[in-house]
Ligand binder design. Structure first.
Ligand SMILES: [Zn+2]
Ligand SMILES: [Zn+2]
Length: 244
């Protein structure tokens, strides 16, 4: 058996259960100890909304239990309270950056499987199993998906195999505009919209879980939350593999 990341023969069998104690699965793809140690799970005190670790943030960019970014989002009436909470699993270090590039741009689909256990474990921590959320992978525009051949957010969402995935959003291919005010631009230039044929009543008081690979600025997730808001959901959370 070989490590899925570096392809070295595996001498010592590692499972994610050493990192994620809730897990009971042993049949997941294996990675070697060295690669395992290069992944940095996010631990310790974090921003209440975006899960940014405070250990990596200068104190002046922290406002009580929020990072300064989330504090600013929450101060704006258009965005306040929209994204209930983002959970990220790993710090976006150089190792994970390379790994995601290999997965996303070089089309190494198999690699996604190494994240099965961490994603399933986090999911179980976030939701009551009796009330599973509606899972929404961040869509790519048709042009981008054609270019890349697959949608990485969808691949990650598919790791939550027992959960239904709903593709109720579409993304258009937009050009960036910079003249308007930032908050205005984020509203008017959102590339996301609900598909025309969905039945809004079906989503009332439900919990949504948006899935993406990286949380960087939080703009994408909040734009999606804005589009979902008219459906009157109970909560809109997100689960992202990495926090940059
Ligand atoms: Zn390895
Ligand atoms: Zn934050």
């Amino acid at each position: 058996m070989h490590c899925l990341i570096c392809h070295q023969p595996l001498t010592e069998i590692i499972t994610w259960s050493s990192l994620f104690t809730l897990s009971t699965q042993n049949d997941q793809p294996q990675i070697c100890n060295q690669c395992n140690q290069k992944l940095e799970p996010i631990t310790g005190e974090q921003c209440r909304i975006c899960s940014r670790p405070f250990s990596k943030l200068e104190p002046k960019f922290r406002k009580q239990d929020l990072c300064y970014d989330c504090y600013n989002w929450e101060r704006t009436s258009e965005w306040q309270g929209l994204l209930t909470q983002n959970t990220s699993i790993f710090n976006y270090n150089d190792f994970l950056k390379d790994l995601l590039a290999q997965f996303k741009f070089r089309g190494d689909h198999e690699l996604v499987k190494i994240f099965t256990e961490p994603i399933q474990t986090k999911f179980k921590q976030m939701f009551d199993q009796k009330k599973p959320p509606i899972i929404i992978p961040v869509p790519l525009s048709i042009e981008r998906q054609y270019e890349r051949g697959f949608n990485q957010a969808q691949s990650l969402a598919s790791l939550l195999s027992q959960q239904p995935i709903e593709e109720i959003l579409e993304r258009s291919h937009t050009e960036k505009q910079s003249k308007k005010k930032r908050s205005e631009r984020l509203l008017t230039d959102s590339p996301f919209h609900l598909k025309a044929d969905i039945n809004p009543a079906q989503y009332k008081n439900k919990n949504f879980l948006i899935i993406d690979d990286i949380y960087t600025t939080g703009i994408t997730l909040r734009q999606i939350a804005k589009v979902l808001q008219p459906l009157s959901p109970n909560s809109i959370k997100s689960l992202t593999l990495a926090r940059s």
